[in-house]
Design a protein around this ligand. Structure first.
Ligand SMILES: NC(=O)c1ccc[n+]([C@@H]2O[C@H](COP(=O)([O-])OP(=O)(O)OC[C@H]3O[C@@H](n4cnc5c(N)ncnc54)[C@H](O)[C@@H]3O)[C@@H](O)[C@H]2O)c1
Length: 176
């Protein structure tokens, strides 16, 4: 699960503090509770694989959505802590960090102009779909990933990986 509210989850000075608490509960505490209740059973049955849902908002600053970004960054580090605490019990814990994925919720809430902005900055010429996340989760759940733990895999079409000042540097080099 995971939520945000663009009217209340604002910059640090203006963010609604009740909304901060709500997002920390829904986005982060939910992960803690799910793991807390599952882990004893996993230990008893000899191990397993936990996959938490983070977001690329965990890895980059933004003008708004302070609580969403902080709540998802907490999921990334909680994933490491769980991996460190229960690895010897053969429990792996990893995460997936989606960029924009065209789920029904995203399709219904995003005007075409916003989708165009995302497409412009993706390295790949298409948007992410639910299967891109599903296939990553499948890999992390399977024994194909049996030596991977504590990691959060970024599934985001190369949107966030390039230096954002490339265009300015190219201009500088052209003039040098
Ligand atoms: N779609 C994207 O572009 C995108 C990008 C980055 C991260 N994510 C993350 O992926 C996950 C799924 O997102 P989605 O796009 O499928 O959205 P979605 O709205 O379809 O799914 C969110 C789910 O969370 C559940 N939920 C919300 N509040 C809850 C609560 N208080 N208690 C229990 N359940 C609650 C909703 O019922 C829903 O099933 C979320 O964690 C989201 O933050 C999505």
């Amino acid at each position: 699960m995971g939520v945000t509210n663009l009217k209340k989850d604002l910059d640090v000075v203006n963010i609604d503090l009740d909304e901060w608490d709500r997002l920390m509960n829904v986005n982060t505490k939910s992960v803690l509770l799910g793991c807390r209740f599952a882990i004893p059973h996993m230990v008893e049955s000899g191990g397993g694989s936990i996959i938490n849902t983070a977001s690329m908002a965990a890895f980059a600053g933004d003008s708004v959505r302070s609580a969403y970004g902080a709540s998802k960054a907490a999921v990334v580090n909680l994933t490491r802590y769980i991996a460190a605490q229960y690895g010897k019990d053969k429990i792996r814990c990893n995460g997936v960090a989606p960029g924009l994925i065209l789920t029904p919720a995203a399709k219904n809430s995003m005007p075409p102009a916003v989708l165009d902005i995302f497409a412009k900055y993706n390295a790949l010429p298409y948007h992410g779909e639910a299967d891109d996340i599903g296939n990553t989760v499948l890999f992390l759940a399977s024994d194909e990933s049996k030596f991977i733990t504590g990691q959060t895999i970024q599934v985001e079409g190369g949107h966030y990986m390039a230096n954002p000042s490339i265009a300015d540097f190219n201009q500088f080099l052209a003039q040098a």
